[in-house]
Design a protein around this ligand. Structure first.
Ligand SMILES: NC(=O)c1ccc[n+]([C@@H]2O[C@H](COP(=O)([O-])OP(=O)(O)OC[C@H]3O[C@@H](n4cnc5c(N)ncnc54)[C@H](O)[C@@H]3O)[C@@H](O)[C@H]2O)c1
Length: 277
C-alpha cells in the first residue's frame, strides 16, 4: 500500500467538494498535500496552487474513473445529504457510492474515506452509548444508503485490500455552531471535521474503521475509543452554546427524543415505539 506518511506527496480527491463539508476541507487542507483534486457536479471556485477542479456526476462511472487517476486517497462526500425520496437516494447514494468505490478499485486507489452518517444507526435508543460495534439501525432510506456504503467499504477492504474509513458524521453546520438541543450531542465543528479527515487521510495503515464524526462535546453519546490509534483529538465542545440553545426551551418531538437519529425517526413513523428495543 502507498506510504501515507508524507502529506506533501499525497494526492487526494474530494467528491462533493463544492458542498458544505467539501468547502470546509478545501479551506483547511488545501496547500497541505501534493495535490487536492476537487470534484463536483456544480461549478467551483477556480483552482489555486496544488489544486485541480474536476467535473463529475456520481451517476456516471466513467466521469469518476477519470478523476481517480493517480490518486492516493478519496474522500467521498457527494450525494444526497439527508432524508429524501427513493428516486433520488438510489441513483445518488447507492449506485453513486458503488460507482465511486468501483472506480477507485479500477484505478488502484488504495484508500477511501466515506461520509457515512449517524442516521445509519439512528433507531438505537438514545440512552444507549454507541460504539463502532452496534448493529446497523437506519432511521430512513438515507440511513439505509449509508449502511450500504459502509457494507460496500467493508467488502472493498476485505476483498480488494483497500483501506477504508467510514465516518458516521453527526451534525456539521455552516455557520459553525449547533442550533438545537439534540445537536449539543451530535455537533462536529469545522476544525474538528477537517482534523478528522486529516487523520484518516494521513494515518499510515488501517484496514477498515468506523469513526463517529463528532466534536469533544460534553453531551456526546458516541464512543470512538476503537480509533484512538488514529490520533483524532477533537478540540471543540458544543457546551459553550448550551445555555443559549436550552433557553429557547423548544421541546423535541417525543419520538425523535427517544433515538439517536432525532427528527428523522418520526418521519413516516407508524404505530408506537415499544417495538424498538
Ligand atoms: N452535513 C452533515 O451534518 C452531515 C452529516 C452526516 C453525513 N453527511 C454526509 O456528508 C456528505 C457531505 O455533506 P454536506 O453537508 O457537505 O452536503 P452538501 O449537500 O453541502 O454537499 C454535497 C455535494 O455533492 C454534490 N453532488 C450532488 N449530486 C452530485 C452528483 N450527481 N455528482 C457529483 N456531485 C454531486 C453537490 O453539488 C454538493 O456540492 C454527504 O454524503 C452527507 O450525507 C453530512
Amino acid at each position: 500500500m502507498t506510504c501515507f506518511t508524507k502529506p506533501e506527496n499525497l494526492r487526494v480527491l474530494i467528491t462533493g467538494a463544492a458542498g458544505n463539508i467539501g468547502k470546509c476541507l478545501r479551506a483547511h487542507l488545501s496547500g497541505r498535500y501534493g495535490l487536492l483534486r476537487l470534484a463536483d457536479i456544480v461549478e467551483q471556485e477556480p483552482a489555486r496552487e496544488n489544486e485541480e477542479i474536476c467535473a463529475i456526476d456520481v451517476r456516471d462511472i466513467d466521469s469518476i474513473e477519470r478523476c481517480m487517476q493517480g490518486m492516493d486517497c478519496v474522500i467521498h462526500l457527494a450525494g444526497i445529504p439527508g432524508a429524501d425520496a427513493w428516486e433520488k437516494i438510489l441513483p445518488m447514494n447507492i449506485e453513486g457510492c458503488y460507482n465511486v468505490f468501483e472506480a477507485a478499485r479500477r484505478q488502484n486507489v488504495p484508500r477511501i474515506i466515506f461520509a457515512s452518517s449517524n442516521h445509519a444507526v439512528g433507531y438505537h435508543r438514545r440512552e444507549k452509548f454507541l460504539d463502532n460495534t452496534v448493529e446497523p439501525r437506519p432511521d430512513s432510506l438515507y440511513g439505509v444508503s449509508k449502511v450500504f456504503g459502509e457494507a460496500l467499504g467493508r467488502m472493498y477492504a476485505d476483498k480488494y485490500g483497500m483501506s477504508v474509513a467510514c465516518l458516521r458524521i453527526g451534525t456539521f453546520r455552516t455557520p459553525d455552531h449547533p442550533s438545537e438541543a439534540r445537536q449539543l450531542l451530535t455537533w462536529i465543528s469545522h476544525r474538528d471535521m477537517a482534523e478528522l479527515a486529516r487523520c484518516c487521510i494521513e494515518h499510515e495503515s488501517y484496514h477498515f474503521v468506523v469513526v463517529y464524526g463528532v466534536s469533544n462535546n460534553l453531551r456526546n453519546r458516541w464512543d470512538n475509543s476503537n480509533v484512538k490509534f488514529m490520533g483524532y483529538q477533537p478540540q471543540d465542545d458544543s457546551e459553550v452554546f448550551a445555555a443559549e440553545i436550552l433557553a429557547k426551551d423548544i421541546p423535541e418531538d417525543p419520538i425523535a427524543a427517544q433515538f439517536h437519529g432525532g427528527f428523522y425517526c418520526p418521519l413516516e413513523f407508524v404505530g408506537t415505539t415499544d417495538r424498538i428495543s
